[in-house]
Design a protein around this ligand. Structure first.
Ligand SMILES: *Cc1c(COP(=O)(O)O)cnc(C)c1O
Length: 428
């Protein structure tokens, strides 16, 4: 019998059995070099690895854990479900309660369907848009991620805003051609595409605040412009609020910016860290979904009682007064800590932050779309990342991700983060 294994030993074994040693690519640290640590447990704002080290966590399971790791109230809610059994494949009261809460918080959502992941929900939303409009083309924006569905793993084709080409082996070119890809924040581009192809476009899908090329906020008027253009051309506007939903305020980005999309995709926070997704929107559109209508979508574990209970308890905590003000203040403190450390070290950075999500881009910026995000010095980010890790702070292992604050990040964590940032920037 050998002693407990180290992260490096687990990773070696993982690579023998799992592609790249991970079950989702960015976890492999390819964006920053080195090897991932293996997590033993987590609590509050902290991750503990199998090597006996601990980190202040700003990945937070990539967004869902807005209350922090393993909060007692969610644990208790999960325990109550465990005592009753955790999957029936038949309706449960919790699903109705979660649907009611989502519809109450998002007035644009009249009918909502739960899935097991954000990917699934985004794929279903596209199918619904295509089925409802009887059109096939979709428009998406470069740098926005909507899960790994075939129609959504598409990049811009050569020759400007024309037809997409697959962004992954295995995505049929004929399908990718139906996806038009444009730069984020490019309202003129969207206008030309809709003017030219308007009657063929089923939907424009967008992360209203992008989290997946790092944080990139919409320019004033961009979202309103998309709303107006899609309405004029009879295309549906889909907000992918898998990250922003219940994070940028209880009503998500659509409440923050005052725009009502036709369909919304949710995930992450609404499952409190358990597998979940949701899509919903106007009644006349969602009434086309099976068994009411001819658009098929289903799931063995959809509306799973554990995920629903974790989601409901998380949302209940987010309805307490002052929660979003607290998140805002803590995220602002992290922003200031990073900016001061960068200034002191004379390292040019651009810090994009909306509420409790932020990215420190290693470029003079501004960062407004994928082209400007790509100007970031990813080697320098990698050095900064490893410096922070040394200092006990876990940021996303890629320049092109957001840092997420939770209600568990306390003043000590914020001070320790600023200190780690000063030390890390000094070495760059
Ligand atoms: C995470 C994410 C998804 C995909 O959700 P999964 O649960 O990982 O399938 C979709 N859209 C956005 C904006 C996301 O951040």
């Amino acid at each position: 019998m050998i002693g407990p294994l180290t992260s490096d030993q687990f990773f070696a074994e993982a690579q023998r059995l799992i592609p790249g040693g991970v079950n989702s690519p960015v976890r492999a640290f390819r964006g920053v070099g080195g090897r991932p640590f293996f997590v033993a447990r987590a609590e509050g704002a902290r991750l503990f690895d199998v090597d006996g080290r601990s980190y202040i966590d700003y990945v937070m399971s990539w967004g869902p854990l807005i209350l922090g790791h393993a909060p007692k109230r969610v644990r208790d809610a999960l325990q109550a479900v465990l005592d009753r059994g955790w999957s029936y494949g038949a309706p449960t009261p919790g699903e109705v309660e979660l649907a009611r809460e989502i519809a109450r918080a998002y007035p644009s959502i009249e009918l909502v369907r739960l899935t097991s992941s954000g990917t699934e929900a985004a794929m279903a939303a596209l199918r619904v848009a295509r089925g409802f409009t009887r059109r096939e083309r979709i428009v998406k924006f470069e740098g926005c991620y909507h899960g790994h569905g075939d129609s959504l793993l598409v990049k811009a084709g050569s020759g400007g805003a024309t037809f997409g080409v697959p962004d992954s082996l295995g995505v049929p070119a004929d399908l990718a051609r139906l996806t038009v890809t444009l730069p984020f924040n490019d309202l003129d581009g969207a206008r030309s595409v809709l003017d030219a192809l308007g009657r063929e476009i089923a939907a424009v899908i967008v992360e209203p605040v992008v989290g997946n090329m790092g944080v990139v906020p919409p320019r004033p008027g961009f979202l309103a412009g998309l709303r107006e253009l899609t309405a004029r051309h009879g295309a549906l506007l889909i907000f992918d609020e898998v990250i922003t939903g219940f994070r940028l305020g209880y009503g998500g980005a659509q409440a923050l910016y005052g725009i009502a999309p036709d369909l919304t995709v949710l995930g992450k926070i609404i499952g409190g860290g358990l597998p979940v997704g949701a899509y919903g929107g106007r009644r006349e559109i969602m009434a086309q979904v099976s068994p009411l209508g001819g658009i098929y979508q289903a799931g063995t574990l959809s509306g799973n009682p554990l995920a629903v209970a974790a989601g409901l308890e998380t949302l209940a905590a987010l309805r307490e007064p002052g929660v979003y003000e607290t998140l805002e203040a803590r995220a602002a403190a992290v922003e200031n800590g990073l900016l001061e450390a960068a200034r002191a070290a004379r390292v040019p950075v651009t810090l994009n932050r909306v509420g409790s999500m932020l990215t420190c881009f290693f470029t003079e910026g501004p960062v407004v779309d994928w082209a400007s995000a790509k100007a970031a010095d990813t080697r320098r980010y990698a050095a900064f990342f490893h410096g922070m890790l040394e200092g006990g702070v876990y940021l996303a292992p890629s320049q092109y991700e957001a840092a997420f604050l939770s209600l568990a990040h306390g003043d000590d964590d914020l001070a320790a983060t600023a200190a780690a940032a000063r030390a890390s920037f000094r070495t760059l």
